[in-house]
Design a binder for this molecule. Structure first.
Ligand SMILES: Cc1cc2nc3c(=O)[nH]c(=O)nc-3n(C[C@H](O)[C@H](O)[C@H](O)COP(=O)(O)O)c2cc1C
Length: 278
């Protein structure tokens, strides 16, 4: 695969990288990673899921504390109880396999008691460490899954329905979903979502966002030239009106202006975590 083209597909610009070697297949695969939400009916064998989970748990883990837990959601009624909350995302209920990647701060607490070094593992550090472990495991699963022809879609909206998720998955205090994950054989090619250019996301020696505005304007135009948002898909026009030019930054700032996750924050504070210092 041609590196120049891979980078244009990902960033919409020629990064003019001087790298002259042939692109290793895994690197090419990662550059082409994409979310898949539509799947063919073909089941994903349990043994393959287990192998991919083994790959997932090969991810780095903060301090080797290993604070990720994966729940394989196989019970159809439990799955439907969760999926029913999200009719706009039917893939949550219909993907051939569904996993939930959890941050797990409980295990270390239990081990502390077992080894007679009891400690609370419920501060911001614990929450962040467990979240990062789960996220790294999930992304490793996704890349491994793509490597065997599967497609995935992370599902964080389940965090908006914690009463149902906690009941169905029997989550104890200290264990929380970072995201669900739909898994299946893709029904189509999907598309590569254009990323911000390194001029925005990569800084050298010091933080420097001096050129953010001009870089974002170019990115918005580049992205819209490849994949424009139809006028009827502009977000919340009642509140924000219709924009003549509707780019990524308009869409994402409209989305962020409608805060998500308040109920999850309350859930976390009530289930084993406190972020108020010592
Ligand atoms: C932590 C996380 C949570 C996500 N949650 C959802 C979700 O609830 N529903 C969904 O359809 N897609 C979800 N996605 C997929 C993103 O929308 C997708 O990654 C993004 O649009 C970029 O597209 P790409 O993955 O194809 O590059 C999530 C992705 C991540 C990383």
């Amino acid at each position: 695969m041609n590196l120049k083209q891979l980078l244009i597909d990902r960033f919409g610009v020629d990064l003019n990288l001087a790298y002259a070697e042939a692109v290793p297949p895994l690197l090419a695969q990662i550059l082409q990673r994409r979310t898949h939400r539509n799947y063919v009916g073909r089941p994903v064998p349990d043994e393959l899921i287990d192998l991919l989970i083994a790959a997932a748990f090969s991810a780095s883990a903060k301090s080797d504390f290993q604070q990720a837990t994966v729940i394989k959601l196989k019970d159809a009624s439990k799955r439907q109880a969760i999926a029913a909350h999200f009719p706009a995302m039917p893939w949550i209920g219909t993907s051939p396999a569904f996993l939930v990647f959890c941050g797990d701060a409980r295990r270390l607490e239990r081990l502390g008691t077992l080894r007679n070094h009891p400690q609370r593992n419920g501060d911001l550090e614990a929450f962040l460490n467990a979240s990062v472990d789960a996220a790294l495991a999930m992304q490793t699963f996704i890349l491994a899954a793509e490597n065997v022809g599967l497609g995935c879609c992370p599902i964080s909206v389940i965090r908006n329905q914690m009463a149902t998720v906690t009941r169905e998955l029997a989550l104890p205090d200290g264990v929380f979903p970072v995201a669900g994950l739909c898994v299946g054989y893709p029904a189509g090619a999907g598309h590569i979502s254009m990323r911000l250019p390194p001029s925005v996301t990569v800084h050298t020696d010091r933080y420097d966002d001096t050129n953010l505005v001009s870089e974002i304007e170019s990115y918005d135009r580049r992205r819209a030239a490849r994949h424009a948002t139809p006028r009827e898909q502009q977000r919340n026009p009642k509140k924000f009106g219709y924009a003549d030019f509707y780019g990524w930054s308009e869409d994402k700032t409209r989305q962020a202006a409608e805060p998500e996750g308040a109920s999850f924050a309350a859930y976390i504070r009530g289930h084993g975590f406190s972020f108020d210092g010592a």
